[in-house]
Design a protein around this ligand. Structure first.
Ligand SMILES: *[C@@H]1O[C@H](CO)[C@@H](O)[C@H](O)[C@H]1NC(C)=O
Ligand SMILES: *[C@@H]1O[C@H](CO)[C@@H](O)[C@H](O)[C@H]1NC(C)=O
Ligand SMILES: *[C@@H]1O[C@H](CO)[C@@H](O)[C@H](O)[C@H]1NC(C)=O
Length: 181
């Protein structure tokens, strides 16, 4: 009896993970996510971002894994005249690779692709004034990113219905960085 229950459980598990694979979710290896990242490319359907796209530059993020698997993400985001620094706590959801945060409004992030080493492509949503905004971000360990990864980012952006003119490779900048830890 015990074996039957066990194997049923295994079958269910397999079905569940097959389903997850179908929706394009990628499991996050928490041991591989910690540390400093450059956000070198993004796509967004937010009017605010589209309006200020000329001034968008490489941002930085630093990830710490907390107990219970929560992620503490510190950002340094260059905006005209200001270097925005803040951190958000993201909590795991039932979906592999998907996290949510209720700091500064409801937000989700979902890992779409990674090599567990040099890059992560993350799909994010944010609710603002009752509207859900969408964003795709390319996190890279280095400020330079290979053309293969750039191509993959652009391909995923198109699959997520971002139009060509809302997909941006961000220029480097030196003024707004995270403090060295
Ligand atoms: C998250 O990280 C920031 C920046 O390092 C820190 O100030 C804050 O206390 C951390 N929050 C938690 C809950 O660990
Ligand atoms: C966030 O989502 C929850 C549950 O859907 C809702 O109750 C809450 O009002 C939302 N908060 C904001 C700031 O949108
Ligand atoms: C990355 O790590 C996850 C979780 O351990 C694993 O499922 C996945 O196959 C790994 N991907 C690559 C490209 O190594």
């Amino acid at each position: 009896m015990r074996t039957v229950v066990l194997s049923l459980g295994l079958v269910l598990l397999c079905l569940l993970s097959a389903e997850a694979a179908d929706t394009g979710n990628v499991e996050l290896d928490r041991s591989k996510v910690a540390g400093k990242w450059y956000i070198v490319a993004m796509a967004s359907d937010s009017e605010d971002y589209i309006k200020k796209k000329e001034s968008l530059k490489v941002a930085m993020a630093s990830v710490t894994v907390l107990e219970q698997g929560d992620l503490n993400v510190s950002f340094a985001i260059p905006t005209p005249g200001q270097c925005l620094k803040f951190s958000s706590i993201y909590k795991p959801t039932d979906i592999p690779g998907k996290y949510y945060s209720t700091d500064r409004g409801n937000k989700t992030v979902q890992l779409l692709a990674t090599d567990n080493k040099t890059y992560m492509i993350v799909f994010a949503t944010r609710v603002k004034d009752g509207k859900t905004l969408h964003m795709l971000r390319l996190y890279s360990r280095t400020e330079e990113v290979s053309s293969e990864v750039t191509k993959l980012f652009k391909k995923l952006a198109k699959e997520k219905s971002f139009s060509e003119d809302t997909i941006w490779m961000l220029p480097r900048q030196e003024e707004c960085k995270l403090d060295e830890a």
